[in-house]
Design a protein. Structure first.
Length: 501
């Protein structure tokens, strides 16, 4: 079983002078010498260094107190999540799954060996509590591929103790800087090793430049969504909060972009990919939609006085929701391990490497992109107008739901347009998000009422009172009616935002 640890650390360049005296750092009562550890780590990656390109590191290390397999994902500058697994001859399956969205069918092979002599000090407070671990690492790097270069250097590493205040690292850094020590230019030992041992002829391809044409802007947005899906994959597998929802949104954003900007990207190519994105979004939503609806109904039930709760309503609701605790479901992990999903990721890579650009893609964004956004907004306008003309009931519910879906599409189109159009697109994104939330409240009420009817029927068949379900149903009706009453005035404000495009 893999263990997860949040690692907060900073690295510094070091010369032969070693570690400055840190006893003067505020809060430090003592600096305890923990001796020298000899570490030997082999780092793994694909031939084209897909993990390194994402600042992800995978190593097998011996020596020290945490020998084993270590997989690190970047969280923020100086912050990484480290997932550890016991030492074994081959990569543990738990870690292999977490890199699958990046590695796919490529072989993981040894790329760099780092041997370090780590001279460790513990910084502790007056109660002997660990504040941070400071080490001076003498590193010898050996590239295990290509021409096999080597390098060596010394660095200082300061790692915050578990649960410590990150502000403490600022105090340590102030003392180090005063002693002439400067932050490292490399984000990790592996990054430095790869840079310093790379053959001269081997250069990384240049990153995409700043968007210029309409096609550049749309592709930049599509690339962001592709990256989000790949990066969220391990988070979904680990059941990180909101990761399933975020991945689902990324699939929807990309699919919506293909539809909105059909004059820029050839839909003969993007539509089949869009169908696969729709499939993935549906699979991600199987558990998510029921979870969200359960949260809504449970919160509503909590607001009902105990004297008005008749029968085992909470138990019925829990049984309907099912047991959703624990890690990601085996079904969902199976989807992420499936050939169909990995083929979708490959298709996205291919599209970005050789985009199916149409003639309009080469034009300046100032005209082509606003036209696409306005076209989407016109569809929202027609559906909202239709809904406002209908009497309350099923037809109006359907029209509002369709308006909500087109509102999302317009919002995503405006997001893609924002770098090119600036404030008008930013304002439209904000308006569309607010409208989406309003219409979403209405649709959630529709779904909640449908579920309450089902639960009421089951309760009635079991000889239980259906009173509380009816009470909750009436409250949901009121919530929907409030949205419908607010919609005309709200819509007038939204139209003003769209007029500035």
């Amino acid at each position: 079983m893999a263990d997860i640890k949040r690692e907060i650390e900073r690295k510094y360049e070091s010369d032969e002078s070693g570690l400055p005296d840190l006893t003067g750092v505020a809060g430090v009562a003592a600096v305890i010498d923990k001796g020298v550890a000899h570490l030997d780590a082999t780092y793994y990656d694909t031939a084209d260094q897909r993990l390194a390109a994402s600042a992800v590191t995978l190593r097998r290390r011996t020596g020290g107190s945490d020998a084993g397999w270590h997989l690190k994902f970047p969280v923020a500058p100086g912050v990484r999540d480290e997932i550890q697994a016991p030492l074994s001859a081959t990569l543990p399956g738990a870690l292999a799954g977490l890199v699958r969205s990046r590695v796919r069918d490529a072989e993981l092979r040894p790329v760099v060996r780092l041997r370090s002599d780590r001279d460790v000090r513990d910084l502790v407070d007056a109660d002997g509590r660990l504040l941070a671990e400071v080490s001076v690492d003498a590193v010898r790097a050996e590239r295990l591929t290509e021409e096999g270069g080597s390098a060596q250097w010394t660095e200082i590493e300061v790692e915050l103790a578990d649960g410590g205040d990150p502000a403490f690292l600022d105090k340590v850094e102030k003392r180090l800087r005063k002693a002439g020590v400067r932050p490292s230019k490399s984000v990790s030992k592996l990054a430095r090793a790869l840079a310093e041992t790379a053959p001269e002829k081997k250069r990384r391809p240049a990153a995409p430049g700043a968007p210029v044409t309409a096609g550049d802007h749309v592709l930049a947005y599509v690339r962001d969504q592709r990256d989000a899906i790949v990066e969220l994959d391990p988070a979904v597998r680990r059941n990180v909060e909101d990761s399933v929802h975020s991945m689902r949104v990324a699939t929807r954003r990309m699919r919506s972009t293909f539809k909105s900007f059909g004059r820029i990207l050839d839909r003969a190519i993007t539509d089949p990919i869009g169908d696969e994105l729709k499939w993935l979004a549906g699979e991600l939503g199987v558990d998510r939609d029921r979870e969200v609806l359960n949260e809504r109904l449970s919160a509503a039930l909590d607001q009902v006085p105990a004297t008005l709760v008749s029968g085992p309503v909470a138990e019925r609701l829990a049984a309907w929701a099912g047991d959703r605790t624990g890690g990601a479901s085996g079904r969902l992990i199976g989807i992420l391990d499936s050939r169909r999903y990995l083929a979708l990721l490959d298709a996205l890579d291919t599209l970005l490497a050789d985009p199916p650009l149409l003639k309009a893609a080469g034009k300046k964004p100032g005209k082509v992109i606003p036209e696409a956004v306005k076209k989407d907004f016109a569809k929202v306008s027609a559906l909202v107008g239709q809904a406002l003309e209908l009497d309350p009931g099923t037809d109006r519910d359907v029209a509002i739901h369709e308006a909500r879906k087109k509102t999302k599409r317009t919002r995503y189109a405006a997001e893609a347009a924002r770098p090119a159009l600036g404030k008008p697109a930013k304002d439209l994104v904000k308006s569309m998000k607010s409208l989406q939330n309003l219409l979403g409240e209405h649709q959630d009420s529709v779904m909640a009422r449908g579920t309450l009817r089902e639960l009421s029927a089951v309760a009635h068949a079991a000889g239980e009172s259906a009173f509380t379900y009816g009470l909750l149903y009436g409250r949901e009706e009121h919530r929907a009616a409030t949205v419908e009453a607010d919609l005309p005035g709200f819509w007038d404000e939204v139209k003003d935002a769209a007029a500035d495009l």
